[in-house]
Design a protein. Sequence first.
Length: 225
Amino acid sequence: MQTITILIVDDEERIRKLIKDFFIQKNYSIIEAKDGEDAIKIFNENKEKIDLILLDVMMPKQDGWSVLRKIRQDSKVPVVMLTARGEEQDELFGFELGVDEYISKPFSPKILVARVEALLKRIKKEENEKQDINGIVIDDKGRTVTVDGNLVEFSLREYELFKYLVDNKGIALSRDKILNNVWNYDYYGDSRTIDSHIKKIRHKIGKKGKYIQTIRGIGYKFEVK
């Protein structure tokens, strides 16, 4: 498996070290830059191997916005902005410039890692446009599912839940894990909502609904036998 390389850009050494230590524990490769000018130089020298950039906004020489503008001239590399300012206008400005994710300081390093991994996973999914699993075709780009050539009308949540099960085929997924990944971290409702969605999905995909197995005491697993 290819190692993912992250460029950390922050003028505070302690922040870079904190972030670096957490990502190294997850087997990421880290490159560091101490200011905006340094970031542009290092990025241009390592453009082909950098998979994601963690970019601070307030830095000497050139701020994060200036760095982002230059990077976006010829690169679509995922960029996560780190800033002490959490105002809505700043976030909107960042998204207009091409920011993929926006995290305000202070932040939990564990949450930062989780957000980065979710972003990378989402991008990887978008790159793999179609999957064909024994007659079930999932079009990631069009967000559609067909079964034996027939279009299945899923709601957005049903699609995301079904896609998550398929992407993790063969793995028993707990209800809590499904909630965290499909409904995101801010969902605090009843996990039985998953059971309701699974029932609807099974009905809609007909005889292939048997591929979604109930794992007693745990949750669900998608498996084609």
